[in-house]
Design a protein around this ligand. Structure first.
Ligand code: AMP
Ligand code: MG
Length: 421
């Protein structure tokens, strides 16, 4: 599967920015956040900002892989049940402790699995091949080669080795390795805190019953989920009325906590388009039309030096904008190197109609069967129904020049979920 963005740079009609240019504009304006040393549980999911080097061998001491007796290989060489060797038990090597002493010629020590191998011993004879005689004698019935059943020091990692290369994301095994190797606060790019707000006089929170004409705020929650999935930290700033002062107040109240902002709504040309009114000609926020459907009107820029994404209000446009622009940018802020979703080539099971001159992102369910990948649209074109996204796992990209993609034709599909779960 390719991880390359498969968007097209040509054919954008007058006044429209191509999707690729719009994405490039966003990506070139964001940088990885300055790295911090974070405790492992906070660093989980973050990208390390430097090579992490091993400061010790791992394991740090040679230990036994069996319960048995630690001996000198030369003392038991050639031992068999018919021809055993008798050695003197001089102590115990317990797990989590220094051995009680050393093992000299003709001597042995009890040893537990995981216990450090006492100096002098170089092999473990398992308990099954030992017959203890009284308090301090043992007959050993086997003579394994030196090193047998010993886990050597440094077997896993040598001091100075690169434990985790710069740029690697910390998943479960990396956290375990760092903990084991004594790196409890790795230097990582932190998760961006992203302030999320919804604009619109018609909006009410989902906990309220809307009066006639009011709409429950969907977008804050779509954005919240998308940010969580990216690994960012959403900060919910709620609903802001279509009023420039309220919008500015909210943004500046949250500014101190923010690494970026995402608003939805209010970026078109209507009189109530508050985001545009607040920033137009003032901040460093640009408003432009992208040759895509849905998601055509977009705002992007900086507020107090922090990226500001002004997404359109339509809930499907919000989702597509998150996938196409916001997600790659947030991943870049997190220091990630692979910014784009995997894509597959799939066969459409039904016709998809699109607008000429715009790249259409059609919501589809992709499935794999004997005939390869298929893509089934989940809603009619132009529908602004969030349910069409909820039923989908991919966005089929119908190129600008194609007005109708017939059933049976192949399309590129961006996969935003790896399964239908
Ligand atoms: P706007 O871009 O503000 O003109 O909004 C476009 C459409 O999306 C309108 O029908 C709005 O009611 C709707 N809309 C805007 N914001 C939200 C939201 N947060 N949740 C659900 N629908 C919204
Ligand atoms: Mg609005």
């Amino acid at each position: 599967m390719s991880a390359q963005p498969h968007v097209h740079d040509h054919d954008a009609p007058e006044g429209l920015v191509s999707v690729e240019d719009a994405r490039e504009r966003v990506l070139s304006a964001v940088q990885p956040l300055a790295p911090l040393q974070l405790p492992l549980t906070d660093a989980y999911g973050c990208v390390v900002a430097e090579d992490v080097l091993a400061t010790h061998d791992l394991p740090e001491f040679a230990s036994s892989a069996m319960d048995g007796f630690a001996v000198r290989a030369s003392d038991v060489a050639g031992a068999t049940p018919a021809n055993p060797r008798e050695l003197k038990i001089v102590g115990r090597a317990l797990i989590g402790h220094e051995p009680e002493g050393t093992v000299g010629a003709g001597e042995t020590m009890h040893i537990a699995t995981g216990a450090p191998v006492p100096a002098g011993a170089d092999v473990i004879v398992p308990i099954e091949n030992a017959v203890v005689e009284g308090d301090d004698l043992v007959r050993l019935l086997d003579g394994p080669a030196p090193g047998t059943h010993v886990r050597p020091r440094g077997e896993d990692v040598h001091e100075g080795d690169v434990l985790i290369p710069s740029g690697k994301r910390l998943g479960a095994p990396e956290l375990g390795l760092l903990a084991n190797a004594g790196h409890p606060t790795p230097l990582v790019h932190p998760r961006p805190r992203v302030v999320v707000l919804s604009t619109g006089d018609e909006l009410v929170p989902p906990t309220e019953t809307p009066a006639f004409g009011q709409v429950r705020d969907a977008n804050s929650f779509t954005i919240f989920g998308a940010l969580r999935e990216m690994g960012a930290m959403p900060v919910m700033a709620g609903i802001v009325r279509d009023d420039v002062e309220s919008l500015r107040d909210t943004i500046f109240n949250f500014e101190i906590q923010a690494d970026a902002f995402i608003s939805s709504g209010g970026v078109s040309v209507g009189e109530r388009d508050v985001v545009k009114a607040a920033f137009f000609r003032r901040g460093n926020v640009d408003f432009y039309k992208v040759a895509m459907q849905p998601g055509m009107p977009q705002g992007f820029g900086q507020v107090e030096g922090k990226p500001y994404f002004g997404l359109p209000g339509n809930p499907v446009s919000v989702f597509v904008s998150l996938e196409v622009f916001v997600r790659p940018a947030i991943l870049k802020m997190m220091g990630r190197r692979h910014l784009f979703r995997p894509e597959i080539t799939a066969r459409l099971t039904d016709e998809v109609r699109g607008p000429r001159g715009k790249l259409q992102f059609a919501r589809v369910v992709v499935r794999h069967d004997k005939g390869g990948w298929s893509a089934t649209p989940t809603g009619a074109r132009g529908s602004n129904l969030i349910s069409t996204v909820a039923r989908a796992n991919g966005l089929a990209m119908i190129p600008e020049g194609t007005q109708t993609a017939p059933a049976g034709s192949t399309v590129q599909v961006l996969l935003f979920r790896s399964s239908e779960d």
